[in-house]
Design a protein around this ligand. Structure first.
Ligand code: ATP
Ligand code: MG
Length: 281
Protein backbone atom coordinates (compact mmCIF):
# COMPACT_ATOMS: atom_id res chain seq x y z
CA UNK A 1 0.00 0.00 0.00
CA UNK A 2 1.25 3.48 -0.71
CA UNK A 3 -0.05 7.00 -0.57
CA UNK A 4 0.25 9.68 -3.20
CA UNK A 5 0.83 13.26 -2.24
CA UNK A 6 1.14 16.63 -3.86
CA UNK A 7 4.38 16.57 -5.75
CA UNK A 8 3.38 18.40 -8.92
CA UNK A 9 4.60 21.72 -10.10
CA UNK A 10 1.74 24.22 -10.02
CA UNK A 11 2.61 25.82 -13.37
CA UNK A 12 2.08 23.89 -16.58
CA UNK A 13 0.83 24.11 -20.11
CA UNK A 14 -2.92 24.16 -20.74
CA UNK A 15 -4.51 20.91 -21.88
CA UNK A 16 -1.38 18.92 -21.28
CA UNK A 17 -0.67 16.99 -18.12
CA UNK A 18 2.24 18.40 -16.10
CA UNK A 19 3.52 14.96 -15.12
CA UNK A 20 5.38 12.80 -17.63
CA UNK A 21 2.65 10.52 -18.92
CA UNK A 22 4.54 7.64 -20.46
CA UNK A 23 7.19 5.45 -19.00
CA UNK A 24 8.87 2.49 -20.62
CA UNK A 25 8.61 -0.76 -18.73
CA UNK A 26 9.21 -4.34 -19.71
CA UNK A 27 6.27 -6.54 -20.65
CA UNK A 28 6.72 -8.67 -17.53
CA UNK A 29 6.14 -5.68 -15.26
CA UNK A 30 3.35 -4.05 -17.29
CA UNK A 31 0.32 -3.15 -15.25
CA UNK A 32 -2.67 -5.34 -16.09
CA UNK A 33 -4.76 -3.64 -18.72
CA UNK A 34 -7.99 -4.76 -20.26
CA UNK A 35 -7.77 -5.26 -24.02
CA UNK A 36 -10.15 -2.39 -24.77
CA UNK A 37 -8.04 0.04 -22.72
CA UNK A 38 -5.89 0.45 -25.83
CA UNK A 39 -5.30 4.15 -25.36
CA UNK A 40 -3.17 3.37 -22.33
CA UNK A 41 -0.82 0.89 -23.87
CA UNK A 42 1.42 1.03 -26.93
CA UNK A 43 3.52 -2.03 -27.74
CA UNK A 44 6.94 -1.63 -29.35
CA UNK A 45 8.81 -4.95 -29.85
CA UNK A 46 9.27 -6.31 -26.32
CA UNK A 47 8.66 -2.99 -24.61
CA UNK A 48 5.32 -1.57 -23.49
CA UNK A 49 4.59 2.10 -22.96
CA UNK A 50 2.08 2.51 -20.17
CA UNK A 51 0.55 5.65 -18.78
CA UNK A 52 1.16 5.12 -15.09
CA UNK A 53 -1.31 7.75 -13.95
CA UNK A 54 -4.85 7.53 -15.24
CA UNK A 55 -6.49 10.35 -13.31
CA UNK A 56 -4.90 13.48 -11.84
CA UNK A 57 -6.12 16.62 -10.13
CA UNK A 58 -3.88 19.63 -9.60
CA UNK A 59 -4.51 22.37 -7.04
CA UNK A 60 -8.26 21.83 -7.22
CA UNK A 61 -10.47 24.08 -5.11
CA UNK A 62 -14.25 24.22 -4.78
CA UNK A 63 -16.41 26.60 -2.78
CA UNK A 64 -20.20 26.33 -2.57
CA UNK A 65 -22.05 29.65 -2.35
CA UNK A 66 -25.49 30.24 -0.93
CA UNK A 67 -26.44 33.91 -0.78
CA UNK A 68 -23.66 35.64 1.10
CA UNK A 69 -22.45 32.40 2.65
CA UNK A 70 -19.40 30.76 1.19
CA UNK A 71 -18.55 27.17 2.10
CA UNK A 72 -15.03 26.25 1.03
CA UNK A 73 -15.22 22.47 0.53
CA UNK A 74 -11.99 21.59 -1.29
CA UNK A 75 -8.80 23.61 -0.87
CA UNK A 76 -5.82 23.23 -3.20
CA UNK A 77 -6.18 19.44 -3.59
CA UNK A 78 -3.72 17.35 -5.58
CA UNK A 79 -4.74 13.81 -6.46
CA UNK A 80 -3.42 10.93 -8.54
CA UNK A 81 -4.94 7.53 -9.34
CA UNK A 82 -2.64 4.92 -10.86
CA UNK A 83 -3.67 2.88 -13.86
CA UNK A 84 -4.87 -0.61 -12.87
CA UNK A 85 -4.98 0.16 -9.12
CA UNK A 86 -7.65 0.85 -6.53
CA UNK A 87 -7.29 4.27 -4.92
CA UNK A 88 -9.28 5.09 -1.79
CA UNK A 89 -10.37 8.62 -0.88
CA UNK A 90 -10.70 8.39 2.90
CA UNK A 91 -12.23 11.04 5.13
CA UNK A 92 -14.87 11.85 7.73
CA UNK A 93 -18.39 12.90 6.85
CA UNK A 94 -18.37 16.39 5.34
CA UNK A 95 -14.66 16.34 4.50
CA UNK A 96 -15.42 16.79 0.77
CA UNK A 97 -15.09 13.22 -0.55
CA UNK A 98 -18.22 13.20 -2.74
CA UNK A 99 -17.45 16.70 -3.97
CA UNK A 100 -13.97 15.59 -5.07
CA UNK A 101 -15.36 12.46 -6.74
CA UNK A 102 -17.95 14.52 -8.63
CA UNK A 103 -15.20 16.86 -9.88
CA UNK A 104 -13.08 13.86 -10.96
CA UNK A 105 -16.12 12.50 -12.84
CA UNK A 106 -16.84 15.89 -14.51
CA UNK A 107 -20.26 16.06 -12.85
CA UNK A 108 -19.21 19.43 -11.45
CA UNK A 109 -16.37 21.83 -12.26
CA UNK A 110 -13.68 23.12 -9.88
CA UNK A 111 -13.39 26.86 -9.18
CA UNK A 112 -9.64 26.52 -9.53
CA UNK A 113 -7.25 23.81 -10.62
CA UNK A 114 -7.16 21.26 -13.38
CA UNK A 115 -8.16 17.60 -13.83
CA UNK A 116 -6.61 15.19 -16.35
CA UNK A 117 -7.60 11.74 -17.63
CA UNK A 118 -4.85 9.87 -19.49
CA UNK A 119 -3.02 13.17 -19.88
CA UNK A 120 -5.98 15.03 -21.40
CA UNK A 121 -7.55 17.88 -19.52
CA UNK A 122 -11.19 17.07 -18.69
CA UNK A 123 -12.42 19.72 -16.24
CA UNK A 124 -13.08 22.29 -18.98
CA UNK A 125 -14.38 20.08 -21.80
CA UNK A 126 -17.27 21.39 -23.88
CA UNK A 127 -20.53 19.61 -23.10
CA UNK A 128 -20.50 17.14 -26.01
CA UNK A 129 -16.94 16.00 -25.33
CA UNK A 130 -17.65 15.79 -21.62
CA UNK A 131 -20.70 13.59 -22.26
CA UNK A 132 -18.64 11.41 -24.62
CA UNK A 133 -15.93 11.08 -21.97
CA UNK A 134 -18.47 10.07 -19.33
CA UNK A 135 -20.29 7.64 -21.63
CA UNK A 136 -17.20 5.85 -22.91
CA UNK A 137 -14.46 6.04 -20.27
CA UNK A 138 -16.22 6.35 -16.96
CA UNK A 139 -18.50 4.27 -14.76
CA UNK A 140 -19.99 5.84 -11.63
CA UNK A 141 -21.53 4.39 -8.50
CA UNK A 142 -23.34 7.05 -6.48
CA UNK A 143 -23.58 7.24 -2.70
CA UNK A 144 -27.33 6.54 -2.75
CA UNK A 145 -27.47 4.23 -5.83
CA UNK A 146 -29.67 6.58 -7.94
CA UNK A 147 -31.48 3.67 -9.61
CA UNK A 148 -34.60 4.67 -11.53
CA UNK A 149 -37.51 3.36 -9.41
CA UNK A 150 -40.07 2.67 -12.16
CA UNK A 151 -38.00 0.26 -14.26
CA UNK A 152 -36.48 -3.16 -13.55
CA UNK A 153 -32.92 -3.80 -12.42
CA UNK A 154 -32.08 -5.05 -15.94
CA UNK A 155 -33.53 -1.91 -17.57
CA UNK A 156 -31.52 0.22 -15.12
CA UNK A 157 -28.37 -1.65 -16.13
CA UNK A 158 -29.21 -1.17 -19.83
CA UNK A 159 -29.76 2.58 -19.49
CA UNK A 160 -26.11 3.71 -20.07
CA UNK A 161 -25.98 1.63 -23.27
CA UNK A 162 -29.24 3.14 -24.53
CA UNK A 163 -27.74 6.59 -23.93
CA UNK A 164 -24.33 5.70 -25.34
CA UNK A 165 -25.54 3.93 -28.50
CA UNK A 166 -28.52 6.11 -29.35
CA UNK A 167 -32.04 4.79 -29.90
CA UNK A 168 -31.70 3.27 -33.40
CA UNK A 169 -28.34 1.56 -32.83
CA UNK A 170 -29.68 0.29 -29.53
CA UNK A 171 -32.73 -1.14 -31.29
CA UNK A 172 -30.59 -2.78 -33.99
CA UNK A 173 -28.25 -4.38 -31.45
CA UNK A 174 -30.84 -4.92 -28.77
CA UNK A 175 -30.46 -8.68 -28.44
CA UNK A 176 -26.66 -8.54 -28.17
CA UNK A 177 -26.78 -5.62 -25.72
CA UNK A 178 -29.33 -7.32 -23.47
CA UNK A 179 -27.19 -10.48 -23.41
CA UNK A 180 -24.19 -8.42 -22.31
CA UNK A 181 -26.21 -6.75 -19.55
CA UNK A 182 -27.60 -10.09 -18.37
CA UNK A 183 -24.12 -11.67 -18.31
CA UNK A 184 -22.89 -8.79 -16.21
CA UNK A 185 -25.83 -9.09 -13.81
CA UNK A 186 -25.06 -12.78 -13.35
CA UNK A 187 -21.42 -11.89 -12.71
CA UNK A 188 -22.29 -9.40 -9.96
CA UNK A 189 -24.62 -11.97 -8.37
CA UNK A 190 -27.93 -10.50 -9.50
CA UNK A 191 -28.98 -13.12 -12.03
CA UNK A 192 -32.05 -14.01 -9.98
CA UNK A 193 -33.30 -10.42 -9.61
CA UNK A 194 -33.10 -9.02 -13.15
CA UNK A 195 -36.80 -8.21 -13.48
CA UNK A 196 -37.29 -6.84 -9.98
CA UNK A 197 -37.77 -3.11 -9.48
CA UNK A 198 -35.33 -1.32 -7.15
CA UNK A 199 -37.88 -1.20 -4.28
CA UNK A 200 -38.04 -5.01 -4.44
CA UNK A 201 -34.27 -5.30 -3.96
CA UNK A 202 -32.20 -5.34 -0.76
CA UNK A 203 -29.51 -2.69 -0.20
CA UNK A 204 -26.77 -5.10 -1.30
CA UNK A 205 -28.75 -6.04 -4.41
CA UNK A 206 -29.33 -2.38 -5.29
CA UNK A 207 -25.59 -1.80 -4.95
CA UNK A 208 -24.89 -4.78 -7.24
CA UNK A 209 -27.34 -3.33 -9.80
CA UNK A 210 -25.55 0.03 -9.52
CA UNK A 211 -22.18 -1.69 -10.08
CA UNK A 212 -23.52 -3.56 -13.14
CA UNK A 213 -24.97 -0.30 -14.51
CA UNK A 214 -21.61 1.45 -13.99
CA UNK A 215 -19.74 -1.33 -15.83
CA UNK A 216 -22.08 -2.19 -18.70
CA UNK A 217 -20.47 0.27 -21.14
CA UNK A 218 -17.04 -1.23 -20.32
CA UNK A 219 -15.43 1.88 -18.80
CA UNK A 220 -11.70 2.20 -18.11
CA UNK A 221 -12.29 3.92 -14.79
CA UNK A 222 -14.84 3.25 -12.05
CA UNK A 223 -15.62 6.02 -9.54
CA UNK A 224 -17.44 4.58 -6.54
CA UNK A 225 -18.91 6.76 -3.78
CA UNK A 226 -19.12 4.79 -0.51
CA UNK A 227 -19.93 1.51 -2.28
CA UNK A 228 -20.14 -0.27 1.07
CA UNK A 229 -21.38 2.68 3.15
CA UNK A 230 -25.06 1.74 3.45
CA UNK A 231 -24.57 -2.00 3.81
CA UNK A 232 -24.09 -4.33 6.76
CA UNK A 233 -20.53 -5.58 7.27
CA UNK A 234 -21.04 -8.96 5.56
CA UNK A 235 -22.78 -7.52 2.48
CA UNK A 236 -20.23 -4.69 2.39
CA UNK A 237 -17.39 -7.24 2.38
CA UNK A 238 -19.01 -9.11 -0.52
CA UNK A 239 -19.30 -5.88 -2.55
CA UNK A 240 -15.68 -4.97 -1.71
CA UNK A 241 -14.58 -8.45 -2.82
CA UNK A 242 -16.45 -7.98 -6.11
CA UNK A 243 -14.70 -4.65 -6.73
CA UNK A 244 -11.30 -6.23 -5.99
CA UNK A 245 -12.14 -9.07 -8.38
CA UNK A 246 -13.06 -6.59 -11.15
CA UNK A 247 -9.77 -4.78 -10.51
CA UNK A 248 -7.60 -7.89 -10.47
CA UNK A 249 -9.26 -9.95 -13.20
CA UNK A 250 -10.28 -7.16 -15.57
CA UNK A 251 -7.62 -4.58 -14.73
CA UNK A 252 -10.33 -2.02 -13.97
CA UNK A 253 -8.94 1.16 -12.38
CA UNK A 254 -11.09 2.16 -9.40
CA UNK A 255 -11.33 5.28 -7.25
CA UNK A 256 -13.37 4.52 -4.16
CA UNK A 257 -14.66 6.99 -1.57
CA UNK A 258 -14.98 5.66 1.95
CA UNK A 259 -15.08 6.83 5.57
CA UNK A 260 -14.06 3.33 6.73
CA UNK A 261 -10.35 2.91 7.40
CA UNK A 262 -10.46 -0.88 7.02
CA UNK A 263 -12.04 -0.53 3.54
CA UNK A 264 -9.35 2.03 2.60
CA UNK A 265 -6.59 -0.27 3.85
CA UNK A 266 -7.72 -2.97 1.41
CA UNK A 267 -6.93 -0.59 -1.48
CA UNK A 268 -3.57 -0.01 -3.21
CA UNK A 269 -3.37 3.72 -2.48
CA UNK A 270 -5.01 5.99 0.09
CA UNK A 271 -5.73 9.69 -0.32
CA UNK A 272 -6.75 11.17 3.04
CA UNK A 273 -9.09 14.18 2.99
CA UNK A 274 -9.40 16.30 6.12
CA UNK A 275 -11.58 19.43 6.08
CA UNK A 276 -11.19 19.78 2.33
CA UNK A 277 -7.42 19.35 2.26
CA UNK A 278 -5.45 16.30 1.23
CA UNK A 279 -3.04 14.94 3.79
CA UNK A 280 -0.27 12.39 3.38
CA UNK A 281 -0.88 9.03 5.09
N1 ATP B 1 -24.50 21.73 -3.37
C1 ATP B 1 -24.01 22.13 -2.20
N2 ATP B 1 -24.23 23.37 -1.72
C2 ATP B 1 -23.71 23.78 -0.56
N3 ATP B 1 -22.90 23.04 0.23
C3 ATP B 1 -22.64 21.78 -0.19
C4 ATP B 1 -23.17 21.26 -1.41
N4 ATP B 1 -22.73 19.99 -1.57
C5 ATP B 1 -21.95 19.72 -0.49
N5 ATP B 1 -21.91 20.80 0.34
C6 ATP B 1 -21.15 20.88 1.58
O1 ATP B 1 -19.83 20.51 1.31
C7 ATP B 1 -19.29 19.76 2.38
C8 ATP B 1 -18.70 18.47 1.84
O2 ATP B 1 -19.76 17.68 1.28
P1 ATP B 1 -19.47 16.25 0.67
O3 ATP B 1 -20.79 15.71 0.25
O4 ATP B 1 -18.42 16.36 -0.36
O5 ATP B 1 -18.90 15.49 1.93
P2 ATP B 1 -18.56 13.93 2.13
O6 ATP B 1 -17.15 13.86 2.62
O7 ATP B 1 -18.91 13.19 0.91
O8 ATP B 1 -19.54 13.56 3.32
P3 ATP B 1 -20.33 12.17 3.59
O9 ATP B 1 -19.30 11.18 4.09
O10 ATP B 1 -21.31 12.54 4.66
O11 ATP B 1 -20.99 11.74 2.32
C9 ATP B 1 -20.38 19.56 3.38
O12 ATP B 1 -20.21 20.46 4.45
C10 ATP B 1 -21.65 19.89 2.62
O13 ATP B 1 -22.61 20.46 3.44
MG1 MG C 1 -20.38 11.78 0.45
Amino acid sequence: MSSTGSSHPKQHTMNQSPTPQLKVISDETALPLRPQAGSNQISQSNLTLVQPTMLEAHSVSKTYRKGRNEVPVLIDCDFQATNGKITAILGQSGSGKSTLLHLLGTLDAPDQGEIYFDGTRIDNLPRRKRDLFRNTKLGMIFQFYHLLPEISALQNVLMPLMIQQGFWTYLARRRQIIERAKDLMVRVGLGHRMHHKPRELSGGEMQRAAIARALVAQPELLLADEPTGNLDRKTGSQILELLHELNQQDGLTIVMVTHDESVAKSCDQIIQLRDGRIEGT
